[in-house]
Write a protein that binds this ligand. Structure first.
Ligand code: ATP
Length: 381
């Protein structure tokens, strides 16, 4: 199956008085791995269900390739949906679970009957179904589990059966709703890389819903970050991390979370942090209160920096995250990343001085939107 594009135009959806999707436009390119990510309740599952045809939009259209699907039944959309709950048939073997979508599509109601159906159906059709089931099971490395029932499988194996069942139909695209969230952390990380491999091998279009930004950041070609029924930002993981369009995106993406500090913009557009000019100017920010975002890797010990007190430090793999209180202000703490082998020099009271990398600061105006910053060295006087 050639990978297909998915085009979503002006999708709106309400449940009662709740406006859950407020006009979504999104073009997913053929073969792309696109994640819909956002806080619980932002509308990502509803959007995926509308693409699948399991939910009807109040307005707007969904197309796959050149085909408008808005009024097409879910069964005729040729999209494979994989759920968090796996949705396997408990009484059927792994082989029969995988074969079911093909039997539904290729066999008549009589041919699907146990025993008598076998007499009616053509041997060639059965062979074709068996071979497609075997191929899908081989891709997901579960052929040795063919005769087991779902209850006899681990979580990861069940999810693989669900994926094989989706794969066997040669769908135009795969739609996945939090497919890994029932797995423990280690298996999750393993299945993440299996899904990436599967995507690379199939070259198919994947739309993946998750509330886990790490999952979205590590797996996706592009991410659509949703908030309150809107797409807040659409871009590559690097774009969302390196140039968050809004405070919501900045807060959501990145571990540890971005440090946010209260700042001010004076009449000339100069940015002040704790009353000090930073040598940065914003041409498009409204004057007054603003927020500066600084990621932990862009903060470093510096003799002429801002005074801070170390509160705690946590080791995570090769990095240590050090939480510091700025100016003894209880509300303002920052986390900096200390790499293995680096020692932070502090005085006996646990105090240090911190500098911020100007080139990597993110400024958000009072409307919470990103403002462009220029270094004053580049601004003509
Ligand atoms: N069938 C329904 N009837 C009424 N309200 C619904 C229905 N389905 C979803 N909602 C509401 O719509 C909003 C968006 O739900 P949706 O499941 O799309 O969010 P989500 O971003 O996928 O959240 P989660 O990560 O928790 O699954 C929520 O407030 C939810 O309560």
């Amino acid at each position: 199956m050639q990978p297909q594009s998915i085009t979503i135009s002006g999708i709106g959806k309400g449940f009662g008085a709740d406006d859950v999707l407020k006009g979504i436009d999104l073009s997913i390119v053929p073969g792309e791995f696109l994640s819909l990510v956002g806080m619980s309740g932002c509308g990502k599952s509803t959007l995926l269900r509308i693409i699948a045809g399991l939910e009807t939009a109040d307005r707007g259209t969904v197309s796959i390739g050149a085909r408008d699907l808005t009024d097409v039944d879910p069964a005729d959309r040729n999209l494979a949906m994989v759920f968090q709950s796996y949705a396997l048939y408990p009484h059927m073997s792994v082989r029969d679970n995988i074969a079911t979508p093909l039997r539904m599509r290729r066999l008549s109601i009589w041919e699907r009957l146990p025993l008598i159906g076998r007499l009616l159906v053509k041997a060639e059709t059965l062979r074709e179904i068996d071979s497609a089931v075997k191929e899908a099971a081989d891709v997901l490395q579960i052929s040795h589990l063919f005769d087991r029932k779902p209850a006899q499988l681990s979580g990861g194996q069940r999810q693989r059966v669900a994926l094989a069942r989706a794969l066997v139909r040669s769908p135009s695209a795969f739609l996945m709703d939090e497919p890994l969230s029932n797995l423990d952390a280690k298996l999750r990380a393993h299945m993440r890389s299996e899904l990436i491999n599967l995507h690379d091998r199939l070259g198919a279009t994947f739309v993946y819903v998750t509330h886990d930004q790490i999952e979205a950041m590590t797996m996706s070609d592009r991410i659509a970050l949703m908030s309150e029924g809107r797409i807040e930002q659409l871009g590559t993981p690097d774009e969302l991390y390196g140039a968050p369009a809004t405070l919501t995106v900045a807060r959501f993406i990145g571990t540890p979370s971005i440090n946010l500090l209260p700042a001010e913009i004076d009449n000339a557009g100069d940015v002040l942090l704790f009353g000090r000019r930073l040598g940065l100017r914003s041409s498009n920010a409204a004057r007054g209160q603003a927020t500066l975002g600084i990621r932990s890797e862009d903060i470093f010990p510096s003799a002429d920096g801002i005074g801070a007190r170390i509160l705690r430090s946590e080791t995570q793999g090769a990095d240590r995250y050090v939480t510091c209180q700025l100016y003894d202000d209880e509300k303002i703490t920052v986390v900096l990343r200390q790499r293995a082998g680096e020692e932070i020099s502090m005085n006996d009271q646990g105090r240090i001085r911190l500098g911020f990398s100007k080139a990597h600061m993110h400024l958000f105006g009072s409307d919470e939107k990103r403002c462009e910053l220029t270094s004053l060295e580049q601004v003509p006087a």
